[in-house]
Design a protein. Structure first.
Length: 131
């Protein structure tokens, strides 16, 4: 899906990102009949330079949270965490996190730090996702 950014009279095209998930309260104009808020050029540059994960990978995270799957996460720094997928979170600064329950505590894992998620719950809808 192509996204057209309007800044004054200038337009810029972008493809393949879920920018409406990343930038809330900012309007994009999709080619077709969809209207969303317009983003400023400085905000556009900040968002485009921010590491994000694809919409498809977000779907796996949301599915894991919805079903409360037990997961083993491998981070880019090779750290391994195990816990129950609880929720995803986007902060006001547009940082995205996966919330997992480890014992009686909750941990926030930044999504752009994920390397791999393995599902430990038997009979899950998927077994492994690489980021």
């Amino acid at each position: 899906m192509a996204v057209t950014q309007r800044v004054g009279m200038r337009q810029t095209a972008c493809t393949g990102m879920c920018l409406t998930d990343v930038v809330q309260g900012v309007i994009f104009e999709f080619k077709g009949n969809y209207n969303y808020p317009i983003i400023t050029s400085s905000e556009w540059r900040r968002v485009m330079n921010q590491p994000t994960i694809s919409c498809d990978l977000h779907d796996y995270l949301e599915l894991a949270c919805m079903h409360g799957y037990r997961v083993r996460l491998t981070l880019k720094n090779h750290q391994i965490l195990e816990g129950k997928a609880l929720d995803t979170l986007t902060t006001a600064e547009k940082q995205e996190y996966l919330i997992i329950g480890i014992g009686h505590e909750q941990s926030r894992i930044e999504l752009n730090q994920l390397k791999k998620m393995e599902v430990l719950t038997p009979d899950s809808k998927f077994k492994e996702v690489s980021f």
